[in-house]
Design a protein around this ligand. Structure first.
Ligand code: ADP
Length: 495
């Protein structure tokens, strides 16, 4: 099948989070399964500076943005080592900037205009490149206008008649809300600015737009697909999602084991697999302790965490436990992330007070993220909500036991180490339900107690390392969905 995927970030060209990992991996797997994916993203400065081979195409176009016509062009690249094309939409006023969505903690004020342009460019590119497309697969609010343009403006247009649209929610907490006058930028009639379609409490909402106009919707885990049909995780859109539940499903993300595999990971000082996991992890632990300035303590459990330091990720719980434990418990912490200045400061202060036990690196570093995955004994994800979560899946592969809150994709992928689950060989981590410091501390205590029993611990490690969370299974589920959509068959819905 011919699948056009459009997203605002794509690995290895530009990334701020899991969305980029997904849109970087799914198309490659689709191609492996014999399909013909093609990817569109904005030509950010960061993408152009990535060192990847990107060539100019002769394609130039003009699209309407409000009352003006804006010119853009198309650049072309491919995923490394593949022939899967990646088109980068070029418009230097919009995309030749330092950040993807903002700078210095502030969103760019013209984000609506930038992504209206991107969506219009993608719609035009189908015609300009004479693409045959079966499914237009849009991701998150930045591409929420694509299903709307397809439905409203392009439905009867030759070359577009057969295209079905799929909209994937990666995180409902980011909805792309703008003041109502930005409706003018979209070029769509004001009649669509109503509470059933594009309007949300007086504002233009591009996530809602995607949800309303897409032929089908999915999100990145079955559990999250259920959770968002009610408050609070529906983030105000639970009504729309309930209404569309017959076309809403959940497909777990996969892992790109080409990038995340301790046996081949170029970022690690020592590579390892299940057969030499104990020695391999010991060496990686010593190295990461040294790198982060922690005291070299081979037998002290090292708790790792990488991610955005925001409310979503449960950083307040982590800070709460750290506050109590840093002085008393024999546990080390390695935390990598950037985000809310309040959390950055709180964690740095703790690290400053307890430099031998607590390392906090306020940075975005792919290499350090890999080394923490390998060197840590336990990986922490106490999220308030988690659409899928990727880091817990990386942890499993690296023999690092996840401690997670049972929500969204974390609930779908981590089986708590109860005695029964351990006996059945199903346990691969620890999970807790209540969102509280106490519950997190209790789960961590259980994990550390088990860490002290190497025989049981090694079973947990082995169970995780042997699991297969590769993209193949997820991509097959997407293909199924694409086929049903393209044939206009009813979708399999979530429970
Ligand atoms: P989300 O998309 O909500 O941020 P995910 O767990 O789905 O969370 O994906 C996060 C991705 O971003 C992972 O690949 C993780 O390793 C990476 N990441 C997050 N913060 C950092 C950081 N500070 N340095 C390096 N990688 C990071």
């Amino acid at each position: 099948m011919n699948i056009l995927l459009a997203a605002s970030e794509v690995v290895p060209f530009a990334k701020t989070g899991g969305l980029a990992d997904v849109v970087g991996a799914l198309p490659v797997e689709l191609a492996r399964l014999g399909h013909a994916p093609i990817v569109f993203m904005p030509a950010y400065r960061r993408a152009l500076a990535s060192g990847l081979p990107i060539e100019r195409t002769p394609v130039r176009f003009h699209v309407p943005i409000g009352t003006k016509e804006v010119e853009g062009g198309l650049l072309r690249s491919a995923f490394p080592g593949t022939a899967v094309p990646v088109y980068l939409v070029e418009q230097s006023d919009y995309f030749d900037r330092e950040g993807l969505y903002g700078e210095g903690g502030r969103d760019y004020i013209d984000n609506c205009e930038r992504f209206v342009f991107f969506c219009r460019a993608v719609m035009e590119a189908i015609r300009l490149l004479d693409l045959r497309v079966d499914v237009l697969h849009a991701h998150d609010w930045q591409t929420g206008l694509l299903p709307a343009y397809l439905h409203i403006e392009y439905r009867g247009v030759p070359g577009y008649e057969r295209i079905a649209s799929l909209f994937t929610i990666h995180n409902l907490a980011f909805q792309g809300q703008f003041w109502h006058w930005d409706m003018l930028l979209t070029g769509l009639d004001w009649k669509y600015f109503n509470w059933h379609q594009m309007e949300f409490f007086g504002k233009l909402n591009l996530m809602k737009t995607g949800l309303v106009f897409a032929d089908a919707i999915n999100t990145v885990s079955p559990r999250y697909a259920e959770e968002i049909q009610a408050a609070p995780l529906g983030s105000g859109l639970e009504g729309v999602l309930l209404q569309r539940r017959d076309v809403l499903s959940g497909i777990l993300n996969g892992v790109d084991y080409g990038t995340w595999n301790p046996a081949t990971d170029p970022h690690l000082p020592v590579k390892y697999e299940l057969s030499n996991v104990v020695e391999g992890k010991a060496a990686c632990k010593a190295a990461v302790q040294a790198e982060l300035g922690l005291v070299q303590a081979p037998n002290m459990p090292l708790v790792g965490m990488t991610g955005r330091l925001t409310d979503q990720k449960g950083v307040d719980l982590v800070a709460g436990v750290l506050q109590e434990w840093a002085q008393t418990a024999d546990v080390q912490w390695a935390i990598l992330g950037t985000g809310d200045p309040k959390y950055e400061q709180q964690l740095s202060t703790l690290a400053g007070r307890h430099p031998q036990k607590v390392a906090v690196k306020l940075d975005f570093s792919e290499a350090v993220a890999h080394r923490i995955e390998a060197g840590a004994d336990v990986f922490l994800m106490p999220s308030q909500f988690e659409p899928c979560g990727l880091s817990q899946l990386y942890s499993l592969k690296y023999g690092t036991v996840p401690v997670v809150r049972a929500t969204g994709g974390l609930a779908d992928t981590i089986t708590d180490a109860t005695p029964e689950a351990i006996a059945a060989g199903a346990a691969n981590g620890f999970s807790f339900r209540e969102y509280s410091t106490l519950a997190l501390a209790e789960a961590l205590r259980r994990a550390i107690a088990m860490y002290r029993q190497p025989e049981v611990w090694s079973r947990l490690v082995a169970a995780g390392m042997q699991q297969d969370w590769s993209w193949k299974r997820s991509a097959e589920q997407y293909v199924n969905l694409y086929r049903r959509l393209s044939a206009r068959l009813p979708q399999t819905t979530c429970a």
